[in-house]
Write a protein that binds this ligand. Structure first.
Ligand SMILES: Nc1ncnc2c1ncn2[C@@H]1O[C@H](COP(=O)(O)OP(=O)(O)O)[C@@H](O)[C@H]1O
Ligand SMILES: O=C(O)C1=C[C@@H](OP(=O)(O)O)[C@@H](O)[C@H](O)C1
Ligand SMILES: [Mg+2]
Length: 298
């Protein structure tokens, strides 16, 4: 985080030079891509912008036209404004809030979100719903199913509900209709599950945190638990399952996995509780998870 002296007011408007602006634009594109678990290749395919140009842009050496920026934003289901100007927005109060928040780091932003939620989101209705979040291989499916059995409640796998609703696999949904469509299905199906089940264990997809609207709905209407593991364990477990598409069609293995985990960690960290499964057997993790879940639903 950039250091600010105590009396220095946060900048109201961007006074960045063009080089700094383009460097930050590149950072925002890379971070938005990582949050979604999209490789550069996939973003190139979905946006129609070449991989080479994306690499240039992400390293601060591109000066994209508005049309190119629009293509990139669209492929990630974002507005151009969100991508191009983090202080954007027509309401001055909103711009002020965004400028206050923009120098904060991930942990501080999560704290700010919690404070705003407490003040403005009204009472939450989490019922006896436990939702598991975390990267692929965290154990959301395996531990989730076992936890549901222990608690005697239904086990719901969000991605299976989406597949039923769409009528084809998640892979087909992504390749035929694209990531924005997947995120819309995810939002709708999750809303339905949260409405239909008063008690359940819900296993979500690793990328649920990529869509703020969906993720906020989950945080408010279910008790969320972040299942953690080390990057190496995430990778090893996914590979051992025979799934050779770690992180949503992203084949660039460990480097990408670390970047995705780093980009998502502050978001996963907004969960009500976390259970670290690193270096543990499935049985130990299940015991820890069951205790944590019982503590949350009281
Ligand atoms: N301590 C542990 N916690 C969770 N999973 C573990 C653990 N040790 C080994 N595993 C294995 O890791 C895999 C986790 O995969 P899965 O449940 O499909 O994760 P996710 O649904 O989060 O992608 C399973 O094969 C599970 O048996
Ligand atoms: O990490 C991700 O971006 C994703 C993980 C998958 O879920 P699992 O974590 O259940 O495999 C699935 O939602 C989709 O392919 C996106
Ligand atoms: Mg799973």
């Amino acid at each position: 985080m950039r250091q600010r002296t105590q009396n220095e007011a946060p900048p109201r408007r961007s006074t960045l030079g063009i080089e700094d602006y383009l460097a930050r634009l590149g950072d925002r594109v890379r971070a938005a891509r990582a949050r979604r678990g999209m490789s550069r290749k996939i973003l190139a395919r979905d946006s129609g912008v070449s991989e080479r140009y994306l690499a240039q842009l992400e390293s601060g050496r591109g000066n994209p036209s508005v049309a190119v920026l629009h293509q990139i934003a669209d492929a990630m289901d974002m507005s151009v404004m969100e991508l191009a100007d983090p202080h954007g927005g027509t309401d001055p109060a909103l711009a002020e809030i965004l400028s206050l928040l923009s120098p904060l780091d991930g942990g501080e932003l999560a704290e700010a979100a919690r404070l705003l939620e407490q003040r403005f989101a009204g009472s939450s209705t989490r019922g006896n719903r436990i939702a598991l979040i975390g990267l692929r291989g965290a154990g959301k499916t395996t531990l989730g199913r076992a936890l549901a059995e222990k608690l005697g409640v239904p086990f719901i796998e969000l991605n299976r509900v989406i597949e039923q609703d769409y009528g084809a696999s998640i892979g087909e949904l992504l390749s035929l209709s694209g990531q924005p469509a997947f995120r819309r299905y995810e939002n709708r199906c999750l809303n339905q599950i949260l409405t239909d089940y008063e008690e359940a264990v819900i296993s979500t997809g690793g990328g649920i945190v990529a869509n703020p609207e969906t993720y906020t709905m989950l945080l408010r209407r279910a008790h969320t638990i972040w299942l953690q593991a080390s990057p190496e364990e995430h990778m090893q477990r996914v590979v051992e399952q025979g799934d050779m598409r770690p992180m949503e069609q992203n084949r660039e293995a460990m480097t990408d996995l670390r970047a995705i985990l780093e980009a998502r960690a502050p978001l996963y960290d907004r969960a009500e509780a976390n259970v670290d499964t690193a270096g543990e057997t499935l049985e130990t993790s299940l015991t820890k998870l069951t205790e944590t879940a019982r503590g949350l639903i009281g």
